[in-house]
Ligand binder design. Structure first.
Ligand code: ADP
Length: 626
């Protein structure tokens, strides 16, 4: 018979799988059982809309059996089965497009990330088996087909006989090696414990033959061995169980089984609400964002069950956008099974549940922030940006709900701090919450604009996310303290005598500043004496609402709104350079032009802005040198 090759991508993935990128081989069983359960679900749903079909729960099950002699583990289900095409398409192709590219980046991590996430679940069978035979008869078909493969070599498909609709998977378990014990997957007690661990809540019975010893009727003290079929799983979903019965590991297993994330959850919530709304829910805060989290492709949502039956995979209405990272499920008795998506959106119960969930998530985050700062830091590194978007979006509607959850890096504490912590540390005379925006902490630290505020000993929040400045513009203030950029015109700091004197002198220097302003027309709106510079000669600041950082960010947006900051070149009148400027105003205008251009370009560089003509800039530098 002709052997077909796996598609190239599939082949590579299969090799990785076989060479066991995943150390916990036992999860193959979870993957196969979960496929079987899905296959039974499909019949169940079909029966909901197809009058010729009835779903009698008695007839639907998953069964495991072992033949130690032949080293075979067989998994049988009474699910919807697969046609020849299904076998070809579902088992002949592994990774869906794009997933392998992603896999490459993550190769270093363990395989946990990949299995199931991209529909490679079935292939995990090759971690424990050197040959897999799938015999399946699809619903409505007379003929069955057998798919067979011994791994990377390819596979065959041929017609077969099968009395009942459903799928049978026979795994030829590998021989033990020096490093790996495969015999364990032929031991009933071991299989039973794997099923209990990962698949206990599967809604259909998982049966297994158990050999029991029955006392012989005629001979005292002697036993007969009888095979008895036993149901291994309790079928009680984890969310219906008591929190006290469950361990951290149970929740982690549930998270993995459900493919909620690649990681381990950072924190979980188990809600059993029976007040105004009745529902049960298990929610997780992941530890790391999914690779597509900050992209348009990411879909938020929770699994929605009506009385134990899954009715929707990703119910988006249950989560506000700013908590879109939350994973998990909701089960409610008050929802109808056949409710349509459109109806769901307007469902009063669902809205109440969503509101309830939102406040639970919020208080969970608050208590993490208060009681487990290390975890909260981790959370914020991963998802803080989403919260900041939340503050900014919808014209600030949610800002009050979210402002206490925000954190920013502090110049004095050298770590993330909350706004509340910042405000509580403010000296009495400090008027504003100061911030400085830039590409990195190191860059911001060196910004000349921070000198004055830092000199005063005030704490500065470092904004390195695009969204930061926009978010505080929406917030306006926190505990009645306004946010103020260190580059703002008015810093609200009492001027010292020296500054006052400088101002008086600056008036005298009006001619110089006017000249420079003229020279830089179209580039800056003003050149003036700086009140914030201490050691640097120049810096850029902005008048008005739009800061230079904001201009940079807006200019990168796809539909560039072309909003410009009203830029000001500030000059440090105490700097030696200033004296040269003054002299050249009187003696050599060409020199003043050169100096003005140079200083302007320097200010651009410090600000992280591109200089208009780098070649011209270096020419100017040379001119100064000769
Ligand atoms: P995933 O389950 O993540 O889609 P798998 O590789 O485990 O990826 O399975 C691929 C597909 O093969 C499934 O989506 C399903 O359509 C089909 N399949 C696998 N196992 C069974 C089964 N026992 N009965 C019916 N269909 C199955």
């Amino acid at each position: 018979m002709e052997k077909k090759q796996f598609q190239a991508e599939s082949k590579r993935l299969l090799e990785m799988m076989i060479n066991s990128i995943y150390t916990q081989k036992e999860i193959f069983l979870r993957e196969l059982i979960s496929n079987s359960s899905d296959a039974i679900d499909k019949i169940y749903y079909r029966a909901l809309t197809d009058d010729t079909l009835t779903f009698d729960p008695e007839n639907y099950y998953i069964k495991l059996s072992v033949d130690k002699e032949k080293r075979q583990l067989t998994l049988t289900d009474t699910g919807i089965g697969m046609t020849r095409e299904d076998l070809e398409n579902n088992l002949g192709v592994i990774a869906k497009s794009g997933s392998l590219a992603f896999k490459k980046e993550n190769e270093a991590k363990d395989g946990h990330d990949i299995i199931g996430q991209f529909g490679v679940g079935f292939y995990s069978a090759f971690m424990v088996a050197d040959r897999v035979t799938v015999t399946s008869r699809a619903l409505g078909e007379e003929l069955a087909y057998r798919w067979e493969s011994d791994g990377a070599d390819g596979y065959t498909i041929e017609p077969a006989e099968k009395a009942e609709v459903g799928t049978q998977i026979v795994l030829s378990i590998k021989d033990n090696t020096e490093d790996d014990n495969y015999d364990e997957f032929l031991e009933e007690y071991r299989l039973r414990s794997i099923v209990k661990k990962y698949s206990d809540f599967i809604r259909y019975p998982i049966k297994m033959d158990n050999i029991v010893r029955v006392p012989k009727e005629d001979a005292e003290g002697e036993f007969d061995e009888q095979t008895k079929e036993e149901q291994v799983n309790s079928m009680v979903p984890i969310w219906r169980k008591n929190k006290s019965e469950l361990t951290e590991e149970d929740y982690e297993n549930f998270y993995a089984e459900k493919h909620y994330g690649f990681d381990k959850p950072l924190s979980h919530m188990h809600i059993n609400a029976d007040g105004a709304v009745v529902y049960r829910s298990i929610l997780f805060i992941p530890e790391t964002p999914p690779f597509d989290f900050y992209s348009r492709e990411y879909e938020k949502g929770l699994e929605l069950y009506a009385n134990g039956v899954l009715i929707m995979n990703k119910c988006a209405d249950l989560l506000p956008d700013y908590f879109s990272f939350v994973k998990g499920m909701v089960d409610s008795e008050s929802l109808s099974l056949n409710i349509s998506r459109e109806m769901l959106q307007h469902d009063r119960q669902l809205k109440l549940i969503a509101k309830n969930i939102e406040s639970k998530i919020k208080s969970q985050l608050k208590s993490l922030q208060k009681d487990d700062r290390e975890k909260y830091d981790k959370f914020f590194e991963a998802f803080g940006r989403q919260l900041k978007y939340g503050v900014y979006s919808d014209y600030g509607t949610h800002k009050d709900a979210l402002k206490d959850l925000l954190m920013f890096y502090s110049s004095t504490e050298k770590k993330l701090v909350t706004l509340d912590e910042y405000v509580s540390r403010m000296p009495e005379e400090q008027k504003y919450i100061y911030y400085a925006a830039g590409a990195s902490h190191a860059r911001i630290e060196k910004l000349p604009q921070t000198e004055m505020v830092a000199d005063k000993g005030y704490e500065i929040l470092y904004f390195t996310d695009d969204i930061d400045e926009f978010a505080v513009k929406v917030l306006v203030n926190y505990k009645e303290k306004e946010f103020r950029s260190v580059s703002a015109g008015d810093l609200g700091i009492e001027e010292n005598e020296a500054d006052k004197q400088n101002e008086a002198e600056a008036a005298e220097d009006k001619e110089l500043f006017d000249y420079m302003t003229e020279r830089l027309a179209g580039k800056v709106s003003n050149v003036r004496a700086s009140k914030r510079l201490r050691s640097h000669p120049v810096c850029l600041s902005s008048d008005g609402e739009v800061s230079i950082e904001m201009e940079k960010i807006l200019s990168m947006m796809p539909d560039n709104p072309n909003v410009k900051a009203d830029k000001v070149l500030e000059v440090n009148v105490n700097h030696e350079v200033f004296a040269s400027l003054k002299t050249s105003l009187e003696q050599d205008k060409a020199k003043l032009d050169l100096y003005t251009d140079l200083l302007y370009n320097q200010a651009l560089l410090i600000e992280g802005l591109p200089i208009e003509d780098p070649v011209e800039f270096t020419n100017m530098m040379c001119k100064v040198m000769v």
